[in-house]
Design a protein around this ligand. Structure first.
Ligand SMILES: Nc1ncnc2c1ncn2[C@@H]1O[C@H](COP(=O)(O)OP(=O)(O)OP(=O)(O)O)[C@@H](O)[C@H]1O
Ligand SMILES: [Mg+2]
Length: 248
């Protein structure tokens, strides 16, 4: 579904260039839920932007749903994004002069054959699913950070994406709304078979994923999940390891 082959990206600073993504290789299968963790500034958002075709690598190849992104024209890339890709940005990127419901509807308004009424009905249903229906006519400036994030999440679902990239989707949410969002993302992954790639600092979010990849200084490595999470494995582990003696 997503393949990176020796992908590198650097940005020009004032007098030097910074290597932000270094020779990254990885493969995500269709329907997988992958979490990407790593320190601030390690290149996670840059990697996600490259994967979604929002940015271009300096070196290497990226395949998304069977096509090489480097071979596509800008129009073909835009078409791929509007039909197959969902993206939840770290800074939401809502359009300030559109209301909440218009922001959710916008990807379909520009690309689909559905009528305006059908699109608005679908958008309203998504607002309900993120508990934001009471704010449908608010503009982004009239919303809190967490509310903006939920609108951005609803928008990313509007085209039933085959692959969804989410950059810190729970960062601005309280535990209750964070759980609602993760349940929605997992539902999309489970029921529609959508591939899910989530950047997160939150270990409880990362632990929901099938696999965790760790970005460090522009390099990406597979991180092995703590297998002490499931009660069954905990019990097995306690049988093989002697319990630590309590200090007195
Ligand atoms: N357009 C750009 N021009 C110049 N430098 C950039 C640009 N975008 C990102 N960088 C630099 O690349 C590095 C990685 O940025 P990136 O946003 O990918 O990190 P991140 O892992 O997502 O961090 P965070 O967890 O804080 O969101 C940072 O040092 C950042 O300053
Ligand atoms: Mg980031």
């Amino acid at each position: 579904m997503l393949k990176f082959q020796s992908v590198s990206k650097s940005f020009k600073g004032s007098n030097e260039s910074i290597d932000v993504v270094k020779n990254v290789e990885f493969l995500v299968k269709e329907g997988e839920f992958v979490a990407i963790v790593g320190p601030s500034g390690s290149g996670k958002s840059t990697l996600l932007g490259l994967a979604a075709g929002l940015d271009k690598p300096d070196k290497g190849k990226i395949h998304l749903d069977g096509v090489s992104l480097g071979d596509l024209s800008e129009d073909e890339l835009a078409n791929l994004r509007s039909t197959k890709v969902g993206f939840i940005f770290q800074n939401f990127q809502l359009l300030p002069n559109l209301t909440a419901i218009e922001n959710v509807a916008i990807p379909l308004m520009v690309s689909s054959n559905l009528s305006e009424k059908e699109i608005l009905t679908k958008s309203r249903d998504l607002l309900v699913s993120v508990h934001m229906e009471h704010r449908e006519n608010h503009f982004p400036l009239q919303l809190s950070g967490g509310e903006e994030q939920r609108i951005a999440i609803a928008r990313s679902f509007i085209n039933d994406p085959k692959i969804l990239f989410a950059d810190e989707p729970t960062a601005n949410l309280d535990t209750k709304n964070g759980n609602i969002v993760m349940e929605l993302l997992q539902k999309l992954n489970r029921d529609k078979g959508s591939t899910l790639i989530v950047v997160t600092h939150d270990h409880s979010v990362a632990n929901l994923a099938d696999r965790i990849l760790e970005m460090k200084d522009g390099e990406l490595k597979e991180k092995f999940k703590s297998n002490l999470k499931s009660p069954k494995k905990k019990i097995q582990a306690s049988k093989t390891k002697p319990a630590k003696k309590k200090k007195r």
